[in-house]
Design a protein around this ligand. Structure first.
Ligand SMILES: *[C@@H]1O[C@H](CO)[C@@H](O)[C@H](O)[C@H]1NC(C)=O
Ligand SMILES: *[C@@H]1O[C@H](CO)[C@@H](O)[C@H](O)[C@H]1NC(C)=O
Ligand SMILES: *[C@@H]1O[C@H](CO)[C@@H](O)[C@H](O)[C@H]1NC(C)=O
Ligand SMILES: *[C@@H]1O[C@H](CO)[C@@H](O)[C@H](O)[C@H]1NC(C)=O
Ligand SMILES: *[C@@H]1O[C@H](CO)[C@@H](O)[C@H](O)[C@H]1NC(C)=O
Ligand SMILES: *[C@@H]1O[C@H](CO)[C@@H](O)[C@H](O)[C@H]1NC(C)=O
Ligand SMILES: *[C@@H]1O[C@H](CO)[C@@H](O)[C@H](O)[C@H]1NC(C)=O
Ligand SMILES: *[C@@H]1O[C@H](CO)[C@@H](O)[C@H](O)[C@H]1NC(C)=O
Ligand SMILES: *[C@@H]1O[C@H](CO)[C@@H](O)[C@H](O)[C@H]1NC(C)=O
Ligand SMILES: *[C@@H]1O[C@H](CO)[C@@H](O)[C@H](O)[C@H]1NC(C)=O
Ligand SMILES: *[C@@H]1O[C@H](CO)[C@@H](O)[C@H](O)[C@H]1NC(C)=O
Ligand SMILES: *[C@@H]1O[C@H](CO)[C@@H](O)[C@H](O)[C@H]1NC(C)=O
Length: 385
């Protein structure tokens, strides 16, 4: 009993440094976007065909499916988490707006593993910052909408701009202070909206986007994770993945054995582990990657201005692993290649963080990277005071 009490107490103390609130932020989205004509995917074959079309070096598939442009407007909700240091009474706090990449949601910034040892928010709050982490429009608990022609990059940026405007003008729900903020596209489309920018795992060079997409092995979310995205009435509490896994293995094992194929249960698991059935078994865990929309894929590398008018400091921090120095001589490193996108930044820095890949927050030395970011902001005039 005493040790349980102690653990609980330690948990309270460890999280006491930051005070967080869940906020639903109503935003008015207004974005000029492409209209794509792509038939609704019915099966995984359609997902494979899409990957083949998108990576076909003989054509620009985005161009092929673009039928026109439209202005998308509407009221949507953005799910946000606002955190600040406990007992904070600084007159001029700086807020960091944290947005996430494909396959993540806002939990990326406040990972609970190992008692929040990987939490970016813990480090930023300890350095005196306030934070607003969001589920991007169309993702997680933010509003969902047509995944092809509504949830595209410009609409997501419009939502982010609304959030930064509300933080600046004091109308962000439950918060009444003035702040500075973040995001590359945001600063390119809305000059002056952000005082400082830190981008992680970011590149202006889309040369390898096709290969990256091919690596993703796209499947339909409905088939891949029916418990989360399907219309089946399966209750989580009634599903037991160990039971499912064991039954699938033994049924397959006897069926194969009946036709003379003698596989061990480990062999059988290898047969199904990389299939849709394996995904259903694995997909039980809520922590598996959320899906991406086609609209986002089409607008990921298209439509962003080549340069940002941003005049504040800009940091690009990327993990050393993943051939971050293999630029073919075009620049010293992939992040260094971003410098020309920020011609007017008061300070530009490309930082290579060692022993780390793209998803910096999941690496052992994540806090090493977090400290580099806080120090960059603090030493460039963006410190809470
Ligand atoms: C806020 O939302 C998170 C999930 O994102 C949940 O775990 C937590 O309990 C919520 N906190 C409050 C105070 O509602
Ligand atoms: C492909 O087409 C899109 C839409 O017309 C355009 O924005 C993009 O620049 C094109 N990409 C290339 C590499 O030409
Ligand atoms: C936003 O969330 C509120 C509840 O917090 C709900 O009443 C409203 O209908 C939602 N709006 C949209 C556009 O989903
Ligand atoms: C957090 O990381 C530190 C070292 O960075 C380590 O000493 C500590 O044990 C970790 N805490 C937990 C709960 O894993
Ligand atoms: C979304 O809300 C549900 C229910 O409150 C919660 O369990 C889940 O953790 C939330 N997800 C995110 C990303 O906030
Ligand atoms: C604050 O900004 C939001 C988002 O752009 C806008 O809707 C609202 O009218 C603004 N309020 C004031 C008082 O300026
Ligand atoms: C479930 O979804 C599939 C595909 O979208 C559809 O054909 C089927 O009618 C749906 N079933 C139910 C019970 O809604
Ligand atoms: C199947 O292979 C295992 C070894 O992998 C062996 O022990 C077993 O006797 C084999 N069964 C049959 C029916 O061949
Ligand atoms: C689900 O996650 C837990 C850790 O939270 C892990 O122990 C378990 O093996 C995972 N299950 C599957 C099927 O991946
Ligand atoms: C940078 O500043 C110069 C001088 O004010 C201006 O002409 C130029 O358009 C700016 N560049 C960008 C990308 O905004
Ligand atoms: C993009 O990277 C490739 C090598 O990965 C390089 O050959 C090419 O010159 C780069 N493009 C630009 C515009 O820097
Ligand atoms: C941890 O990160 C910091 C900042 O990038 C770096 O200086 C340090 O060498 C890293 N430590 C390890 C063991 O990689």
């Amino acid at each position: 009993m005493p040790s349980i009490t102690l653990l609980a107490l330690l948990g309270t103390v460890a999280s006491a440094a930051k005070v967080c609130t869940n906020v639903t932020v109503p935003v008015y989205i207004n974005a000029r976007q492409a209209v794509f004509d792509v038939p609704t995917f019915e099966s995984n074959f359609d997902a494979v065909k899409f990957s083949l079309d998108f990576t076909n070096i003989g054509m620009n598939y985005t161009d092929v499916v673009t039928t026109g442009f439209q202005t998308v407007t509407g009221k949507y909700n953005i799910s946000a988490k606002y955190c600040k240091p406990q007992g904070d009474n600084k007159a001029n706090p700086v807020v960091q707006v944290l947005t996430h990449g494909i396959g993540f949601d806002k939990s990326y910034w406040d990972l609970s593993y190992n008692n929040y040892n990987y939490s970016y928010i813990d480090v930023a709050v300890a350095a005196g910052y306030h934070t607003v982490s969001i589920d991007r429009f169309g993702i997680g608990n933010s509003s969902h909408a047509d995944p092809l022609n509504i949830v595209q990059a410009p609409a997501e940026v419009s939502a982010l701009h609304e959030i930064t405007s509300m933080l600046r003008n004091g109308t962000f729900p439950q918060v009444h202070q003035k702040f500075g903020k973040v995001s590359y596209l945001l600063t390119a489309l809305y000059p002056g909206s952000s005082d400082g920018v830190a981008l992680t795992g970011f590149s202006m060079n889309g040369t390898w986007l096709g290969q990256t997409l091919a690596d993703w092995n796209l499947h339909l979310a409905r088939l891949n994770q029916p418990l989360r995205f399907g219309n089946q009435s399966v209750s989580r509490t009634k599903t037991n993945t160990a039971w499912l896994s064991q039954n699938v293995i033994s049924i397959l094992q006897s069926a194969l054995s009946a036709v003379g194929i003698n596989f061990s249960s480990s062999d059988i698991w290898q047969e199904i582990a990389t299939t849709e059935v394996g995904d259903i078994i694995n997909g039980w865990n809520a922590t598996v990657a959320p899906p991406v929309t086609l609209g986002e894929i089409f607008t990921l590398a298209n439509g962003a201005p080549a340069t940002s008018p941003h005049t504040g400091p800009a940091l690009v921090l990327t993990g050393r692993q993943g051939d971050c120095l293999a630029t073919g001589g075009a620049a010293a490193s992939i992040p260094a290649g971003v410098a020309k996108a920020f011609p007017n930044a008061s300070k530009f820095e490309a930082y290579i963080h060692p022993n780390t890949g793209h998803g910096i927050n999941f690496h052992y030395n994540a806090t090493g990277a977090y400290n580099v970011i806080q120090n960059f902001f603090a030493s460039n005039g963006l410190q809470s005071s």
